[in-house]
Design a protein around this ligand. Sequence first.
Ligand SMILES: [Zn+2]
Ligand SMILES: [Zn+2]
Length: 240
Amino acid sequence: MKLQTAVNAVFPPDCVCCGAPVETEFGLCANCWSDTPFITGPSCDQCGTPLPGSDPEPGLRCDDCMTIARPWDKGRAVFTYSGNGRKMVLRLKHGDQPAIARAAGKWMAAKVEPLMTDNTVIVPIPLHWWRLFRRKVNQSALLAQALANETQAFFAPDALKRIRKTASQDGKGREERFANLRDSIHPHPKRGHILVGRDILLVDDVMTSGATFAAAAQACHEAGAENVRVMALARVAKDA
Ligand SMILES: [Zn+2]
Ligand SMILES: [Zn+2]
């Protein structure tokens, strides 16, 4: 019996979503797996939202990505923001279930291949220091770190900086969300140089309108990044 097998027999690992015993660490039990809205079919190449149809064509775009300026070229999401997807994002945000980040790192790694090059730097969406102070955890940084661990890619946790506290995006329409975030994210004055000439992979927990990714991607381009791509753990789908 291998050591890990022996340890698991005595202390079975928990499902990261519901806490039920499971066989492998940082995974989901069968029930939670089937109730998690993983995006497995055709999806938008730029934002990861699921699209109808059965055969995944390369370079598909959703209606939003065809009409809204997206300052990045490709994007993926692991699941939609509903059911267990939403539940895990909220737990991660409140910092009470760090094992979710480890599991999410594996799920994101399984989808990230088309977004990565040898020149990729993984950068989390920054949180304003006041939010970080109150919440103790930047969930995007946890996710970006987990993805960097899985892929062995270069990780730059503080290449970007939130320069002002933005009002909550809740209850705002698309225009308001973009206006609220505009110019809120800049390259870090001391560490932003890391973005020059690199391929940037931005990581966030949830993509709703894309306003946050747009502000961050803009900042990367201003800093001299070669290209920008995005990965969200959860995508708010239009009909969700
Ligand atoms: Zn479970
Ligand atoms: Zn899209």
